[in-house]
Design a protein around this ligand. Structure first.
Ligand code: IPM
Ligand code: MG
Length: 369
């Protein structure tokens, strides 16, 4: 395989710490599996703001556009709370999503057996859980115009955001959900609020259209998003693939994530249209944030970031077997009892540090050869 290019944007808070462990994994694949990557690093979020006064420079944006895949750590932190909205760390991430047109955000919520007891739900409700949330990522209320805060001319103000979806935007993310379902349990549940929103009515009709015309073999159901939230905590195993819009997806994916016990375990992939080489534009990032409360203390769990690299192996580099190898390595580390602090009951021993977790994953990869 010729070298692929990887752009690493470690970002803020625990981002750089967890990304250091991903570097070990990337190097291992180069040394032991002949998968060589040209890795470059750059700044995003608060780190980019500190250096350049913007959460993402045009140069970094261009590098991201050119890379075979982007690995992102996390953005944001209390130092940046008072910044103007336009230069907040999150704007860097949103610009990457929008300009790379990463419309399909895959957020798996998988419950590792070794961690079922950490879920806030009863073990039998979550053990074996394997849901894939497909969140539309480049449109909807996150980007719709008009938006802003204006005077109402009566001494008050009006905050405005617009929920807006086109046929094409709905159909392309629906296709990505149906494609995934075919490789899983062949079920898609689409969530919106067609009972109160016109954009929800269109969403439902277009998802149904894609189903009827292109994927009649996949089982499709529709659910109002509020009921979806309720069903996720009532009986989560009823779901296989969930497809939903940008804002509902943001909320429902956090809810689904917590069912699995720890945010520190969950990866994500954001995929766009195929590039010239046939691979999708892609950005991979852990679902967790920058966790400023534990940054710099070697406590962070690097597994979500490592598993995000596994998704890159699968979705950007056609290395499904190697992705499985890495996922199994992480699972065996958990089963062996090596745990970062987020995966331990308090008072039950000494937690592994971030780099000890990374080293344990490397040892498990070695053992897999
Ligand atoms: C997420 C995050 C982001 C979002 C923030 C950091 C802008 O919550 O990726 O889920 O709202 O999309
Ligand atoms: Mg979120």
């Amino acid at each position: 395989m010729s070298n692929h290019s990887l752009l690493i944007l470690a970002g803020d808070g625990i981002g750089p710490e967890v990304m250091a462990e991903v570097r070990k994994v990337i190097d291992w694949y180069g040394d032991k599996r002949g998968l060589n990557f040209d890795v470059s690093e750059d700044l995003v979020g608060g780190a980019a703001y500190d250096a350049h006064g913007t959460p993402l420079t045009d140069e970094t944006m261009a590098k991201a556009q050119a890379a075979d895949a982007v690995l992102l750590g996390a953005v944001g932190g209390p130092n940046y709370d008072e910044l103007d909205f336009s230069v907040k760390p999150e704007r860097g991430l949103l610009r990457l999503r929008k300009e790379m047109d990463l419309f399909s955000n895959l957020r798996p919520a998988q419950c590792f057996d070794a961690l079922a007891e950490f879920s806030s739900l009863k073990t039998e409700l979550v053990s074996g859980l394997d849901i894939m949330i497909v969140r539309e990522l480049t449109s909807g209320v996150y980007f719709g115009e008009p938006r802003g805060i204006i005077d109402d001319n009566e001494g008050g103000r009006i905050g405005i955001n617009t929920q807006r979806y086109t046929t094409n935007e709905i159909r392309r993310v629906a296709r990505s959900a149906f494609e995934l379902a075919r490789r899983r349990s062949n079920k898609v549940c689409s969530m919106e609020k067609a009972n109160v929103m016109e954009s929800g009515i269109l969403w439902r009709e277009e998802v149904q259209w894609v189903h009827d015309n292109e994927y009649p073999d996949v089982e499709l159901s529709h659910m109002y998003a509020d009921n979806g939230a309720m069903q996720l905590v009532r009986m989560p195993k009823q779901f296989d693939v969930i497809v939903t819009d940008n804002l509902f997806g943001d909320i429902l994916s956090d809810c689904a994530a917590m069912l699995t016990g720890s945010l520190g375990m969950l990866p994500s992939a954001s995929l766009g249209a195929p590039m010239e080489n046939g691979r999708p534009k892609a950005l991979y990032e852990p679902v967790h944030g920058s966790a400023p409360d534990i940054a710099g203390q070697a406590k962070a769990n690097p597994c979500a970031c490592i598993l995000s690299f596994a998704m890159a192996l699968r979705y950007s580099f056609d290395q499904g077997d190697e992705a499985n190898r890495l996922e199994q390595a992480v699972e065996s580390v958990l089963a062996s009892g090596v745990r970062s602090a987020d995966l331990m009951q308090s008072g039950s021993g000494t937690p592994a540090t971030t780099s000890e977790m990374g080293d344990a994953v490397i040892a498990a990869l070695e053992a897999s050869l």
